[in-house]
Design a binder for this molecule. Structure first.
Ligand code: ZN
Ligand code: ZN
Length: 245
């Protein structure tokens, strides 16, 4: 009985590691606590690389024998490669929304662990982690930048420093009321490189840009374009999830 009460208290106050981040069910096995994911969800999660995806943008590929999608073939993006862990749907989508829209901020740690584990399996090396900066509208309505929080956790997990190389430009492109896809199209000109930073921080370094969900890839491409113009050696990108077009 006491054990049960203690467990209930832990679940209420420290849901992390005790209830599954995808379905909310109690986690019984100690091994499952690291990613705070129950066995059932571990088995049912759809990883982005399960089907063949584009070698560069991790998006759908029309012709399964090609290595790259048509977009990357005709218009190569300004980053070398994007790594996306999950397909953005079902429980993955729900968990992202719980974090972003409902403020379940403890999720940052687990989102970061999933990205960190995935990058390790792909042998990705980087010198700097750089978050996609939140729009002013998002900062005003949420009061926090979920990407920065994920990057802080990722930085700790991978032992790679985080530097906010990008700033959000103050004006352009009102994003309110637009769909995510429309917002992505509207992103050009929204980022500026932070020229107040010491050049030593980023010069000739490999930069890994982080976003939560990649839709068309336009946001990552625009961020990468701005970063690539500033003397870094390579730009990579990673996201927790990627939509299927
Ligand atoms: Zn679960
Ligand atoms: Zn592609």
């Amino acid at each position: 009985m006491i054990k049960k009460i203690l467990k209930t208290i832990k679940t209420v106050f420290y849901p992390e590691g005790y209830s599954c981040i995808f379905c909310g069910k109690e986690i019984v096995s100690d091994e499952d606590r690291y990613l705070s994911t129950c066995e059932e969800c571990s088995c049912s999660l759809v990883y982005n690389g399960e089907e063949k995806v584009c070698n560069v943008c991790a998006g759908n590929i029309e012709n399964q024998t090609d290595a790259l999608c048509q977009d990357c073939l005709t218009n190569p993006p300004p980053y070398n490669k994007l790594y996306s862990v999950f397909v953005y749907k079902d429980t993955v989508r729900k968990t992202v929304l719980l974090y972003k829209e409902h403020g379940h901020r403890y999720l940052a740690k687990y989102v970061a662990r999933y990205i960190a584990d995935y990058l390790s399996t792909q042998h990705v090396r980087a010198d700097i982690i750089c978050p996609i900066p939140a729009s002013r509208e998002a900062m005003t309505s949420r009061g926090f930048s979920h990407i920065v929080e994920i990057c802080e956790e990722l930085s700790a997990a991978l032992q790679i420093p985080m530097h906010k190389l990008l700033l959000r430009t103050p004006f352009v492109n009102r994003q309110k009321g637009k769909t995510r896809r429309e917002r992505e199209k509207n992103i050009i000109g929204s980022f500026a490189f932070d020229m107040t930073l010491d050049e030593e921080l980023y010069k000739d370094k490999t930069v890994l840009i982080i976003d939560d969900v990649v839709t068309s890839g336009a946001t990552i491409a625009e961020a990468a374009r701005v970063i690539a113009e500033n003397g870094v050696s390579e730009v990579l990108a990673a996201s927790f999830a990627r939509t299927r077009m």
